[in-house]
Ligand binder design. Sequence first.
Ligand SMILES: NC(=O)c1ccc[n+]([C@@H]2O[C@H](COP(=O)([O-])OP(=O)(O)OC[C@H]3O[C@@H](n4cnc5c(N)ncnc54)[C@H](OP(=O)(O)O)[C@@H]3O)[C@@H](O)[C@H]2O)c1
Length: 276
Amino acid sequence: MTKRGRDMDLRLEGKTALVTGSSAGIGVGIARMLAAEGALVVIHGRNLERAQGVAAEIRQQGGRCAVACGDLADQAGVDQVAEVALKVSGGIDILVNNAGGSPESVDPSWFSTCTDTWLDTYQANVLAAMRLIQTLVPGMRERGWGRVINISTAAAITPTSAQPDYAAAKAAMLSMSLSLSKALSGTGVTSNAISPGMIRTAGLNTFLANFAAKRGWGNDLTRAEAYVLKGAGQTVAKVGEVEDIAYMVTILASPRADFINGANMHVDGGISPSLH
Ligand SMILES: NC(=O)c1ccc[n+]([C@@H]2O[C@H](COP(=O)([O-])OP(=O)(O)OC[C@H]3O[C@@H](n4cnc5c(N)ncnc54)[C@H](OP(=O)(O)O)[C@@H]3O)[C@@H](O)[C@H]2O)c1
C-alpha cells in the first residue's frame, strides 16, 4: 500500500472554503492544506497582488482556488468579499475567520492603548468574523452542512499585561464561536475556535528582531527566540509552524469532525494548560 493509500480521507473533495487573511502568514498554510485535500479555496486579503501570488502557487501544486480581496473592517468590504466568494464558489461550505491580529503599535502597554485602537482591533477581529458569519452561514444552514472556524489566540485566556485590546477581542471571538454553535444546534453546521500560540510568521520575526535590537543583541534572532521561548511557559520547547494550525483547521473542516462543536482547540505548545 502506498503512503497516500494509508492516509485518512478527510472527505474535503468538492467542498468550498473561504479562508480570510490567506494572502499571508497562517492563512497561507491553511489555504494550501485545504486545497491539497481537494477543497476549492477562496484566497483573501487586502493586498490583491499577494493573494494572487498565493493562488498561483496553489494552482501550480494542482489545487483549485480563486481570489476575493477586500478590507473586512467594515460592512462594505465584507459585502464585496462575500459577493465575489459566493460567485466563484457557488456557495461557501467552510468559513475560516483567520484575518485580523493586532494593529502595529509603538507602545502596546495597557495605559497607552487608546480607545481608537480598541475599536479598530474589535472591528478587524470580532466584527469582521461576525459579519461574514451572518452573510455566509444562512447558506450553509439551508444546505444542511457547514463549518465555521474562528482563529483566536492563546492570549485570549492567558493575557499578558500588553495588548489588552487584542486579548479581549480574541476572547470575544471565543464567546461568539461558542454561542454560534448553540444557535446552529441540529443544523449540521458546526462552529469551533482554534487558539494558536507562538507561530513562525513574518510578524513573529519582526517581533524577535525588535526584541533582539532592544537588548543590544544585533540581529541575533536565534538568541531572541530562545529567550522568549524560555519565558513563555510552553511545555513543547519550540515555536509552532503555520502547518500546526493548518492541520487543526483541516481536521475541524472535515465531515469526519461532525461531532466536534463549540470547542476551543489549543494549538500552542502547552502554553495555556486547562481542563476545558
Ligand atoms: N502569528 C502568530 O503567532 C499568531 C498567534 C496567535 C493567533 N494568531 C492569529 O492568527 C491569525 C493570522 O495571523 P498571522 O500572524 O498569520 O497574520 P499576518 O501574517 O499578519 O496576516 C494577516 C492576514 O490577514 C489579512 N488581514 C488583516 N487585517 C485585515 C482586514 N482588516 N481586512 C482584510 N484582511 C485583513 C492580511 O491581509 P493583507 O496583508 O493582504 O492586507 C493577511 O492576509 C490572526 O487572527 C492572528 O490574530 C497569530
